[in-house]
Design a protein around this ligand. Structure first.
Ligand SMILES: Nc1nc2c(ncn2[C@@H]2O[C@H](COP(=O)(O)OP(=O)(O)OP(=O)(O)O)[C@@H](O)[C@H]2O)c(=O)[nH]1
Ligand SMILES: [Mg+2]
Length: 237
């Protein structure tokens, strides 16, 4: 069984080389067959050439450059479609998501369809802003009561799964926009009765670079996503 770790990047030159190195080291030490797929949307800070140059002698690092398309969710889908693994791990590239948990997440997918890194199960949390932690928790309650999903962190974006669960699903109707793709993904997977295990994750502070998240815009977008699903304006094809 091979695992593909998908890393979407936009202006992450401060952290990407260290992150790839840590992932390669951790998974190699655990004897996990893997590749690391980087999907960069032509970052002005030169993230892509930096990865190409630094890992040119490492066939398990697969850098992909997109010049025509841009966006977090479609970058993740692009990486998944160009990956060769049987298992997929998706994470942020700024160390928000601690890479030392990847082996455990992969192990969990031997028994569950999806391993979900969650801030809101016992032991989980967020080192960054308390306001953001509480705000996101409340928004997750809204998602829970509106859509009836059981998962507690529908905005996490740190997860692992068996690729077979994507079969027969119109992925483009899920993987568009920003973090809202994850609300659609978990909703569809729970409708499909997939087995999900949430494991505690403590988000670390971003290491270098700038945030791409505009909290006000995302709040509006995420609310729209939830209401569209709830009132039948979003249909998975
Ligand atoms: N390929 C690609 N990646 C993106 C895009 N926008 C964001 N990302 C990546 O998506 C991940 C999440 O973005 P962040 O800016 O860290 O968002 P966040 O975690 O909500 O915000 P922080 O608190 O700053 O960490 C990072 O790895 C980004 O580099 C995009 O348009 N294209
Ligand atoms: Mg981040």
């Amino acid at each position: 069984m091979k695992t593909s770790v998908i890393l979407p990047t936009y202006n992450e030159k401060d952290s990407i080389v260290l992150l790839i190195s840590e992932i390669r080291k951790t998974l190699t030490a655990e004897g996990i067959d893997h590749e690391v797929v980087i999907v960069d949307d032509n970052s002005p800070d030169g993230t892509y050439p930096m990865v190409v140059q630094r890992f040119s002698d490492d066939p398990q690092v697969v850098p992909i450059l997109r010049t025509r398309e841009k966006g977090l969710a479609s970058a993740i889908l692009h990486g998944i479609l160009h990956s060769s693994g049987d298992k997929i791990v998706v994470m942020d590239t700024d160390f928000n998501h601690p890479p030392n948990l990847i082996p455990l997440m992969i192990k969990i997918t031997d028994y569950f369809d999806i391993a979900l890194g969650s801030r809101y199960v016992i032991g989980g949390g967020m080192e960054t802003s308390r306001l953001r932690f509480v705000g996101s928790k409340l928004f997750n309650k809204f998602i829970h009561y509106t859509l009836g999903v059981k998962t507690t962190d529908n905005l996490s974006g740190y997860f692992a799964f068996n690729k077979t669960i994507l079969q027969g699903i119109d992925l483009e109707s899920i993987f568009y926009g920003y973090g809202d793709y994850f609300i659609r993904f978990l909703y569809v997977m729970q409708k499909n009765k997939r087995f999900i295990l949430e494991l505690p994750v403590v988000y670390k502070d971003r290491q270098g670079g700038l945030s791409k998240t505009d909290l006000k815009n995302e709040l509006i977008r995420y609310t729209g996503t939830v209401l569209k699903i709830r009132f039948g304006f979003w249909k998975k094809k």
